[in-house]
Design a protein around this ligand. Structure first.
Ligand code: ATP
Length: 245
């Protein structure tokens, strides 16, 4: 595995909680410009892995290389993170929230560009406490995009949304990826991974048990009579579990 063309690479990554390995020797190389999906059942170690990559959580062992080198102080300025549980001030409007967060960065995109990209124009004057779940996810995505990151981390970007709101988020994510951004996302939705990701890694019990393109995984694991040809079926075969339980 070489760091040359990778946006981010991890080697032999480990994390223990109370003496138990939550992440047990993971190696991954994420190509520049790709949309990479990390799938796994509850407790597989996805969030722990991603938080180590995001520089939020220190690893117990292993190496993380960003553009082929150890991360330095510029890393945090160059990445974007969409957290699942960001607290937003209830009485700020969407536009005020974006402007407040923009002020945290040395350099940021014009707030208007983010409003357009994330389809926030018609709710720019709405207070955060009044917006819907889908609108909130689009705002959180907008906040993660403010510093025009090269690498974007999305933690279950469409969890809990209705199908229409989910499609909107997918459209935006696809658009961002087509603009050349590298995306790492965790998801429980098979259709989300299949529709957005060019590469998928399946985690279980702290390890990567399989990775490849959705198409190659389906071709490899969905042979034989009666087996449905989709990622859910791949996942079930590999982990013995459904994606959402
Ligand atoms: P989910 O899909 O439910 O979010 P996940 O794949 O993201 O799960 P992690 O949250 O990374 O999994 O958890 C991996 C393992 O580490 C689990 O067994 C979890 O209980 C444990 N764990 C995670 N965070 C902590 C913590 N702060 N202290 C102790 N154990 C933890």
């Amino acid at each position: 595995m070489s760091g040359g063309s990778s946006m981010i690479e991890v080697r032999s990554l480990e994390k223990k909680y109370n003496g138990r390995k939550a992440v047990d020797g993971i190696s991954l190389a994420i190509a520049r410009g790709s949309c990479f999906g990390l799938l796994g059942p509850n407790g597989a170690g996805k969030t722990t892995t991603v938080e180590m990559m995001e520089n939020i959580l220190p690893q117990d062992a292993g190496v993380i290389l960003y553009k082929g080198r150890e991360r330095d102080r510029t890393f945090n300025q160059e990445i974007g993170i969409q957290f699942q549980h960001t607290e937003l001030l209830a009485y700020l409007t969407v536009e005020e929230t974006l402007k407040t967060f923009a002020a945290f960065y040395h350099k940021h995109l014009p707030v208007e560009d983010v409003i357009r990209m994330c389809m926030l124009d018609n709710i720019r004057k709405s207070m955060n406490e009044k917006i819907s779940g889908g609108q909130r996810q689009r705002l959180l995505l907008g906040l993660a995009l403010l510093n025009d990151p090269e690498l974007l981390f999305l933690d279950e970007p469409s969890t809990g949304l209705d199908p229409q709101a989910r499609k909107h988020i997918w459209e935006i994510i696809r658009d961002i990826n087509q603009k050349g951004k590298t995306i790492i996302l965790t998801t429980h939705y098979m259709e989300e991974a299949e529709s957005l990701c060019d590469t998928i890694a399946v985690m279980d019990q702290g390890r990567i048990i399989e990775q490849g393109s959705p198409k190659s995984l389906i071709e490899t694991h969905c042979q034989g009579e009666g087996r449905e040809k989709n990622l859910e079926s791949v996942f079930l075969k590999l982990t013995g579990k459904h994606l959402r339980e």
